[in-house]
Design a protein around this ligand. Structure first.
Ligand code: ADP
Ligand code: MG
Length: 349
């Protein structure tokens, strides 16, 4: 990668806050009819008419949630939006607006922030959401990004975490563990690069898992698909911290137990082969890896024919009585209690 000459970069101090906000946001055009007023006043104005409005927010901190040495800023902007949209889709809702707040040190020139906002804009376009506001501040150290996502849903379609019922089927979208293995590859190559910066690794065999780490997608398509199939999830959650921790959230909130079948957990072939390379158990990676941004939901058994054979959806287990607990049924048919080994932000402290 080659850098622009320092002289071509615009220090933030040259712009002033309003100049900067304008530079970053003037390419954004509101597309949704709910957006009455976007950027430019004291507050955005939204009109949801007969829909319920859902709101979710996330904070991303340099050195904690992302590492700019292998995360290009455009990808970071894209990912910051997508991980928030995922929470909206996990309510079985459609995302409609976001706000983005940033704190930056003056080691970032305007051009770097423009790259970040290019990624944000791309996500807004692909997921059909409007940027309707935010805040801009300085930071003494790293980059901080906070995104708030807003969405709409008809009350009868809302999917909470607490609605799973005994005998419901447990379903996941897509496949699991890829983002975690992508991160393992990136961290390994980052270490190699520190020792020998001339080394150009061939990452093509890992492209699927690296993309899942650097450019994750939220499953808007699954919310659309469920509506089209007229499937009504009884509960739903997005898989950000690993399958096991999300299953435990659903079971706790719904006051139920579950059986999860190891052989049913959907894995991409690349995940299986890279797990072998790293000497990791692929089931453990799927259970604890995190950052998959797939959807985990439950449906009543009578809805099974509607999803049967759909390549985007896999039935991985079923809901039991609370007294039975939450278990993984292994390939050799032993029952192992599911424990939350998901990503814990305080564990490393
Ligand atoms: P205030 O002084 O009321 O906080 P600002 O000057 O911070 O207003 O913001 C002016 C407008 O620009 C508002 O609509 C605000 O939501 C928007 N805005 C500010 N920072 C950002 C940002 N980083 N990204 C998107 N919109 C922003
Ligand atoms: Mg402000």
């Amino acid at each position: 990668m080659f850098e622009n000459k320092e002289s071509e970069k615009t220090p933030l101090g040259q712009l002033g806050e309003f100049g900067l906000i304008d530079k970053l946001t003037n390419k954004f055009k509101a597309k949704n009819t709910e957006t009455i007023k976007a950027i430019g006043d004291d507050a955005a104005v939204l009109d949801f008419q007969d829909n319920k409005c859902v709101v979710s927010t996330d904070l991303l901190i340099e050195g904690v949630h992302f590492n700019l040495s292998y995360m290009p800023l455009k990808h970071l902007g894209y990912k910051a939006v997508v991980v928030n949209l995922s929470d909206i889709y996990a309510m079985n809702a459609m995302a409609t607006q976001i706000t983005v707040s940033i704190a930056v040190s003056n080691r970032f020139p305007l051009e770097a922030l423009e790259e970040l906002y290019e990624g944000i804009n791309l996500a807004c376009k692909l997921y059909n959401v409007d940027l309707v506001g935010g805040d801009t501040s300085t930071s003494q150290t790293g980059l901080i990004i906070s995104v708030t996502a807003i969405g709409k849903v008809k009350e009868e379609n809302l999917a909470y975490r607490d609605g799973a019922k005994e005998n419901d089927l447990l379903v996941v979208s897509g496949d699991l563990g890829a983002a975690y293995m992508g991160l393992q590859v990136l961290e390994r190559e980052n270490e190699v690069f520190k020792v020998n910066p001339k080394n150009q690794p061939d990452l093509s065999p890992y492209s699927y898992i690296i993309e899942r780490q650097l450019k994750p997608e939220a499953r808007k398509d699954i919310v659309d698909l469920l509506a089209e199939l007229e499937v009504h999830p009884t509960s739903m959650i997005d898989i950000s911290d690993g399958l096991s921790s999300e299953i435990l959230h659903l079971c706790e909130k719904s006051e139920v137990g579950c059986n999860l079948y190891e052989e049913k957990i959907p894995l991409d072939p690349t995940v299986i082969s890279v797990c072998e390379e790293f000497n990791l158990d692929s089931t453990l990676v799927a259970l604890s890896g995190g950052e998959d941004y797939e959807l985990l939901f439950t449906i009543s058994q009578k809805e099974f024919p509607k999803i049967k054979g759909n390549p985007n959806l896999t039935v991985v287990g079923h809901i039991t009585a609370k007294s039975e607990g939450a278990h993984l049924v292994s390939r050799n048919n032993s029952k192992i209690p599911i424990t939350a080994q998901g990503w814990n932000p305080f564990a490393k402290a």
